[in-house]
Design a protein around this ligand. Structure first.
Ligand code: GUN
Length: 283
């Protein structure tokens, strides 16, 4: 089998076109969706992600405000800033770019953001709502993955979904969203013994470990759906995924590429959450 490649970049573009129309109509009603991104320090990868977010906001007409602070910023200063953003009527979404410098406790920061403005979907209240199967802000990468599967009418119900990686940002929540869609979900992680026995059995395989070519065609079942969340920089400077693309493509039914796969969907779902928040604030 040769897999169909799911280009998240194409789906992201068409969704952003739709969002642009929706934002135009909101603006005509006097509602301007606003996202504030807080970036602490000078990590080049974070700076590049944040630039991508700004560009996407500009395209759809979401008002984006970037607050850049030095890595010497204290936890107290950041908490004061969040308190101010929480009560700012023009701010519908607050995103504090992770990772944070070591002297700042990430969990304290995540919990300080108002759940009603938590467009990342990281606040425990939003995680709880998601686990309870309620509508809320879903974490952007997992939500983007589900949206990609649905865009291809890929059946999730009753399928064996295997998640490789258990981060709070991707692995854990994508498993939960797949469970909400009635998949049978298995998590694999760094302590899993004989991982191949699980991956080879997966109908839907989500790989989010951050290691280049961690899995390849021989780990994958014929006809599987393979979603590669990894973004790894190779020695030649090019980006590559957690899955060895060519060998996996030869076995899978569907596969996402890196780049142009999951990445563009993450930002698109951030826009979705920000627009949703703006609509809610003006109900
Ligand atoms: N760092 C890497 N991915 C993310 C994300 O989705 N949200 C935030 N806030 N930080 C990140």
């Amino acid at each position: 089998m040769v897999a169909e490649v799911i280009y998240g970049s194409e789906l992201a573009e068409s969704l952003r076109e739709e969002m642009r129309e929706e934002v135009t109509s909101l603006r005509q009603q006097g509602i301007v969706p606003g996202l504030t991104v807080v970036l602490i320090g000078e990590d080049p990868a974070s700076q590049s992600y944040v630039r991508g977010k700004q560009k996407a906001c500009d395209f759809v007409g979401v008002n984006s405000n970037l607050i850049e602070l030095p890595s010497s910023t204290s936890e107290k200063e950041l908490l004061e800033l969040i308190d101010n953003l929480n009560v700012d009527k023009n701010v519908h979404g607050i995103l504090v770019q992770l990772p944070l410098p070591k002297h700042i406790n990430e969990q304290i920061i995540i919990e300080a953001i108002s759940p009603e403005k938590d467009v990342d979907g990281f606040h425990p209240i939003n995680i709880g709502r998601m686990i309870a199967g309620k509508d809320t802000f879903f974490p952007c990468t997992p939500f983007g993955i589900i949206t990609m599967l649905k865009s291809k009418n890929i059946e999730i119900e009753g399928k064996k979904a295997v998640i490789v990686g258990r981060s709070n940002i991707v692995g854990k929540p994508v498993g939960q969203l797949l469970l909400n869609e009635n998949a049978t979900v298995t998590y694999c992680h760094s302590r899993t013994k004989n991982m191949k026995q699980y991956t080879i059995d997966a109908d839907i395989l989500i790989v989010a470990v951050g290691k280049a070519h961690f899995l390849s065609g021989e780990d994958i079942k014929e006809g599987a759906v393979v979603i590669d969340v990894g973004v790894n920089r190779q020695e030649n400077g090019k980006l590559t995924g957690d899955v060895e693309f060519e060998s996996a493509k030869a076995k899978a039914a569907y596969i996402t590429p890196v780049p142009k796969g999951v990445g563009p969907m993450t930002i698109t779902m951030l826009l979705h959450n920000t627009i949703k928040s703006a609509r809610k604030f003006h109900q």
